[in-house]
Design a protein around this ligand. Structure first.
Ligand code: PLP
Length: 464
C-alpha cells in the first residue's frame, strides 16, 4: 500500500491555497460565479483521470485545488449577494477541520462527549436568547429543512401521539402563510399529513400572515371537525425577509391551544442585536422554533437548531428503541439521536461555539447589524434609481426589486448576469411577478458595489 500524504502536508498546501483565495475574494478580484454553459468542471478538474489513477500527492493538490477554488461560487467576494448562506468566519472552518480529523458522530454520547456538552450549552444559550422558559431545550440538526421537519414531528406527536405507530390521522391540518419556506409543505408530505393538509392563511400585501385570518381559518377547521396540528409563522419569510407578527399569532395560538411553530431559520440571529431584536418579539411564545446558525452567524453549512418549549417534546416525536446504539440507562450523558432524525451527527455546535468563543457574541451581532444596515442603504439607492422598483422596505438583509420595468423578464436578466459572472444574486416570485432578490450576506458589500450592479444590469439590458 502506498503511503498517503500526512495531514500536515495536505493542510499546509490547502491553507496556502485557501488564504490566497480569501485574499483575492476580499479584494473583489475576478468573477464571483463561474457557472456558464461553457464551464466543464469534469474536464478542468480532470475528474476521470484522478478517479482512475488516484495517487494525488501534495504537489498535485497544490495544482488542483486552485482550479477547484476558482470554480467555486465566491461567498467572500463583495459581489456575492445571493443565497442565505453565511460567509463563514475562520473559527468555524477550524471546527470543520477538527471534525474532519476526529469524526465524532456525537448523536450517541459516547461517540463525542465534549461535542455533546457543547451542543447542550449552545442550545441553552439559544433558548435563553429567544426567551424560552425553564424546561425548554432542543437539538442541532443538519439544516433548516430538517429542523422544520423535526419540529413539526414534535408538533404531530403532541397533537396525535398515536401517529408514530398507527399513521397520521386524516383530521390534522397545518396553518401556514403561502410565504412559508417550501420545507414546511415538504414536512407535511413526509409526516403523512399530505400537502393538502397545509392550509394557506391569508396574507397582507407584504406577504405577512393576517392574525384575524388565522383565527378565522383555525376556528373554521375546528368547526369542520379537524385538529390544528400547528401554526407556522415566518421570522422572516424567505422571499422577502419580512416578519410575521409573532406576538399576535403566538397569543392566538396560546388561547386556542394550537402548537406555535416559528420558522426563524433566517431571522432568529437578530435577537443578538439590541436594534433588530424587535422583529423577534413574540418568539418567546413559541412551542417550537428553528434557528439556522449557518445563515446569519458566520457558521459554515450546516448548523440548525430546533428549540422546543418543553424539551421532552422532541424525544416524544421519535418513539423508538435503538438498543444497539448507546447503553440506555447506564451511560453518562445525553444521547441526542433520541431527539433527532439523524443517527450520526457532525459536532455542529462546535462550529458556532468557536465563532462565539473566538469572535465574541458582540462581534457577531455587529456583523449582522452591518448587513441589515447596508440593506437599508441599498434600498434607498434602488428607490432613487428610475430604472428600479422596490418590492418592499427591508426589515432584514433581504431585498427584492425589479429592474427595467414590468416588460423585462427578471429571471432572464438574472440568468444573463450569472452567465456573465460579475455578480451573484437570486430571484423570487411574489404576487404573481418575478423579482430580483438581494441577500446581503457579506459585510464587505457596499453602496459602490450595488451601483456597479445596476450599471451592469443596464448594460445587459442594452445588449439583449
Ligand atoms: C425561512 C426558512 N426556513 C427554512 C429554510 C431551510 O433551511 P436550509 O437551507 O438550512 O435547509 C430556509 C432556507 O433558506 C429559510 O429561509
Amino acid at each position: 500500500m502506498s503511503e498517503s500524504p500526512t495531514l500536515d502536508n495536505l493542510a499546509e498546501v490547502a491553507l496556502t491555497c485557501l488564504q490566497e483565495y480569501l485574499d483575492r475574494c476580499a479584494r473583489g478580484e475576478g468573477k464571483v460565479i463561474r457557472a456558464s454553459a461553457e464551464m466543464d468542471y469534469a474536464d478542468t478538474l480532470q475528474l476521470e483521470f484522478w478517479l482512475a489513477k488516484g495517487g494525488m500527492n501534495a504537489e498535485d493538490l497544490a495544482q488542483w485545488l486552485p482550479r477547484y477554488l476558482a470554480g467555486t461560487t465566491h461567498l467572500h467576494h463583495p459581489h456575492y449577494i445571493g443565497h442565505q448562506v453565511a460567509v463563514p468566519l475562520p473559527p468555524t472552518a477550524v471546527a470543520d477541520l477538527v471534525n474532519g480529523v476526529t469524526n465524532n458522530g456525537m448523536a450517541i454520547y459516547e461517540m463525542g462527549p465534549p461535542a455533546v456538552a457543547i451542543e447542550l450549552a449552545i442550545l441553552r444559550w439559544m433558548c435563553a436568547k429567544i426567551g424560552l422558559p425553564q424546561g425548554s431545550g432542543g437539538v442541532l440538526t443538519h439544516g433548516g429543512s430538517l429542523a422544520n421537519l423535526t419540529a413539526l414531528a414534535a408538533a404531530r406527536a403532541a397533537c396525535a401521539p398515536e401517529s408514530w405507530r398507527e399513521g397520521t390521522p386524516r383530521d390534522l391540518v397545518l396553518l401556514a402563510p403561502a410565504t412559508s419556506h417550501y420545507s414546511v409543505e415538504r414536512s407535511a408530505g413526509l409526516l403523512g399529513l399530505g400537502t393538502d393538509a397545509v392550509r394557506p392563511v391569508a396574507v397582507d400585501d407584504d406577504g405577512r400572515m393576517i392574525p384575524e385570518a388565522l383565527l378565522a381559518a383555525g376556528l373554521a377547521e375546528e368547526k369542520a371537525g379537524r385538529r390544528v396540528m400547528a401554526v407556522v409563522a415566518n421570522a422572516c419569510a424567505t422571499a422577502t425577509g419580512l416578519h410575521d407578527d409573532l406576538t399576535a399569532i403566538g397569543t392566538l395560538c396560546r388561547e386556542h391551544s394550537w402548537w406555535f411553530h416559528v420558522d426563524a431559520a433566517h431571522g432568529a440571529s437578530a435577537v443578538l442585536s439590541a436594534r433588530y431584536r424587535k422583529f423577534l418579539r413574540g418568539s418567546e411564545l413559541a412551542d417550537s422554533l428553528i434557528w439556522d446558525a449557518h445563515k446569519m452567524l458566520g457558521v459554515s453549512a450546516l448548523c440548525a437548531a430546533v428549540l422546543v418549549r418543553e424539551e421532552g417534546r422532541l424525544a416524544a416525536a421519535f418513539q423508538q428503541d435503538a438498543h444497539y446504539l448507546g447503553n440506555p440507562g447506564l451511560g453518562h450523558g445525553v444521547d441526542l439521536f433520541a431527539r433527532a432524525v439523524e443517527c450520526t451527527k457532525v459536532p455542529l455546535g462546535l462550529k458556532l461555539f468557536l465563532n462565539l468563543a473566538i469572535c465574541g457574541e458582540q462581534s457577531l451581532a455587529e456583523r449582522l447589524e452591518s448587513v441589515y444596515d447596508s440593506t437599508r442603504s441599498f434600498a434607498a439607492l434602488l428607490e432613487a434609481d428610475a430604472r428600479t422598483e422596490l418590492l418592499h422596505q427591508p426589515e432584514s438583509n433581504i431585498l427584492c426589486f425589479r429592474f427595467g420595468g414590468l416588460e423585462v423578464a427578471q429571471r432572464d436578466l438574472r440568468q444573463r448576469l450569472i452567465d456573465d459572472g460579475d455578480f451573484y444574486l437570486t430571484a423570487t416570485t411574489f404576487a404573481d411577478h418575478d423579482w430580483l432578490r438581494l441577500t446581503v450576506m457579506n459585510p464587505r458589500t457596499e453602496v459602490a458595489h450595488i451601483e456597479a450592479l445596476l450599471d451592469r444590469l443596464g448594460e445587459l439590458l442594452v445588449t439583449e
